[in-house]
Design a protein around this ligand. Structure first.
Ligand code: ZN
Ligand code: ZN
Length: 324
């Protein structure tokens, strides 16, 4: 499938000029976590919020980054865009440091965060690329973050952030949300759309900016994913940090969202796949029904070699980054 590439330099320029002073992010290997709050390393009271918790084994890095920016105090809250393993991988270790910190997620995401339900299995046949081939190895079981985890307030209010509201953007997961601040139209998009080709190992690690819908192998409802893009476009965001890839700002962001919403089937949705044929069903208890798997055109032996190669490359990249 052809992808529309945006010049990465453009993202760097707009990021520098458009980034709000109180919103920053840190990349945990290939997943972004976001911190909201005015930098004040001498602060005596907590006045910041963390959005998402990154991949496993990154709690110390996230905490050290936060300490330099906000001082030693824990965040007032941890807000989740959704509960996939790459966004909550370091959450347990962070809660060991910050045991009193509440964690908020959408009501429909809670079954996967309170031990009640597993996500639908990922689909290794969509998107191509080595990351897709390794996705059966990614955890999709239920995590249990009780007693810290609780539902976001039903009225769209974001705890501790009066200027922000949460927007339900299902599709990539049932209770996926974005966080949006109207005053400067800043968006934290999670995986509703991303700015890199996450399915490709090279794309995930080199971070070339491309127009991209939600990560394909983990998206079980493409109909909802498409309408979520329309919801996001209607907000007219000016600056966005996505779950994967570099931040993006206007005018590139508006152009990017317009391409996604008008050509969703061509640029975002796989041509075929388990959840392209039929979406998975879920409710407040979690996953209710999943469609049957589709035949995998890649022979098992080739798929296994790809998984081994990808595992090796990820481990090398991880060792390199943690040593750096
Ligand atoms: Zn995700
Ligand atoms: Zn993700």
């Amino acid at each position: 499938m052809s992808r529309t590439t945006l010049a990465p330099e453009a993202s760097y320029e707009t990021e520098l000029s458009a980034a709000p002073a109180d919103v920053t992010y840190l990349t945990t290997l290939f997943v972004n976590v976001v911190m909201i709050g005015t930098p004040n390393p001498l602060a005596t009271m907590s006045d910041w919020v963390l959005v998402d918790a990154g991949i496993p084994f990154h709690a110390a890095r996230v905490a050290a980054f936060a300490r330099r920016r906000f001082g030693a105090n824990p965040p007032r809250a941890i807000l989740l865009t959704h509960g996939h393993f790459d966004h909550v991988g370091s959450l347990r270790a962070l809660l060991r440091r910050w045991p009193q910190t509440p964690v908020y997620a959408h009501l429909l995401e809670l079954p996967y965060l309170t031990g009640r339900s597993a996500y639908p299995p990922p689909d290794p046949t969509v998107g191509g690329g080595l990351m897709t081939r390794t996705c059966p190895l990614f955890p999709h079981r239920a995590y249990n973050f009780r007693p810290n985890v609780m539902p976001l307030p039903a009225d769209g209010v974001v705890p501790f952030l009066p200027e922000w509201r949460w927007i339900h953007t299902p599709g990539h997961s049932p209770g996926h949300v974005c966080y949006f601040r109207e005053s400067d139209r800043t968006l934290i998009a999670g995986d509703a759309f991303i700015t890199q080709k996450q399915e490709s190992l090279i794309g995930a690690l080199t971070r070339a900016t491309v127009v991209h819908g939600p990560p394909t192998y983990f998206t079980p409802d493409w109909i909802s994913a498409r309408s979520s893009i329309e919801t996001i476009e209607s907000l007219q965001p000016r600056y966005a940090i996505t779950g994967h890839g570099l931040p993006i700002a206007n005018p590139q962001l508006a152009h990017y969202l317009h391409l996604l919403s008008t050509r969703f089937d061509q640029v975002a949705m796989p041509a075929d796949g388990r959840y392209v044929r039929q979406p998975a069903w879920s409710d407040e208890s979690g996953t209710v029904w999943v469609p049957p798997p589709v035949p995998d055109p890649v022979p098992k032996v080739l798929a296994a070699v790809a998984v081994a190669a990808a595992g090796f490359a990820i481990a090398r990249a991880y060792m390199k980054r943690t040593r750096a």
